[in-house]
Design a protein around this ligand. Structure first.
Ligand SMILES: Nc1nc2c(c(=O)[nH]1)N[C@H]1C(S)=C(S)[C@@H](COP(=O)(O)O)O[C@H]1N2
Ligand SMILES: [Mo]
Length: 188
């Protein structure tokens, strides 16, 4: 009986020792991003939702397939002044593909719309439609895919609002664009 118990104990000790040597190897193998890794390396596509007839999503490649614009901007942040060059499609061109609902009856109906960009961290900022509409505003509001020549594939696209003194509306890691209509939140 005693010998069986000691044999079992020996087997258990051996198994524990084996596990101890295997465990670090297993753990480090999981850290290496292989084909079965669940680690996300690229940003998810940007969803366009709200007052649009064709809700859709845009990958970074899809955003790059649209006409590209480059703007040089400066803005203030809590950590000082910044100067950057951004490249990407016009936000207006991205949204047009989702067919925003514009009531053609009302005078200047597009001026009732707004767009809220949400970052992966939940940070949000809103632009009025007139700000991104070339017919009303002279500035190029972009959904940038590159900053200072570096692709934003890992972080996701960034809202660029030239002319803003503060950087607060330069939402980074945009995951969602919501098209809203003032009539929906404030019926006249
Ligand atoms: N997703 C996300 N975007 C964000 C913020 C944030 O907290 N989350 N902060 C904003 C603020 S307050 C500023 S001033 C700028 C800072 O820009 P920088 O990262 O180029 O310094 O990013 C803006 N974009
Ligand atoms: Mo800021």
């Amino acid at each position: 009986m005693a010998s069986t118990r000691s044999r079992n104990l020996a087997a258990l000790t051996l198994a524990t020792a084996l596990l101890a040597t295997l465990a670090p190897a297993t753990a480090s193998a999981a850290v290496i991003a292989g084909p079965y890794s669940t680690q996300r390396t690229d940003a998810p596509p940007v969803k366009v939702r709200g007052e649009v007839d064709q809700p859709r999503s845009f990958s970074m490649d899809r955003l790059r397939a649209l006409p590209q614009h480059t703007v040089r901007v400066r803005y203030q942040t809590s950590h000082g002044a910044e100067k950057h060059t951004f490249t990407g499609p016009l936000l207006a061109d991205v949204l047009a593909l989702a067919k925003p609902r514009i009531d053609t009856e009302a005078k200047n109906a597009q001026l009732r719309l707004f767009v809220t960009a949400t970052g992966s961290d939940g940070y949000r900022a809103t632009v009025a439609w007139a700000e991104l509409d070339a017919g009303f505003s002279g500035k190029k509001v972009l959904l940038a895919v590159a900053q200072d020549g570096k692709k934003l594939d890992k972080e996701g696209p960034r809202l660029v609002v030239p002319g803003d003194v503060k950087g607060g509306r330069y939402v980074s890691g945009v995951v969602r664009l919501y098209v809203g209509n003032a009539d929906a939140v404030d019926p006249a």
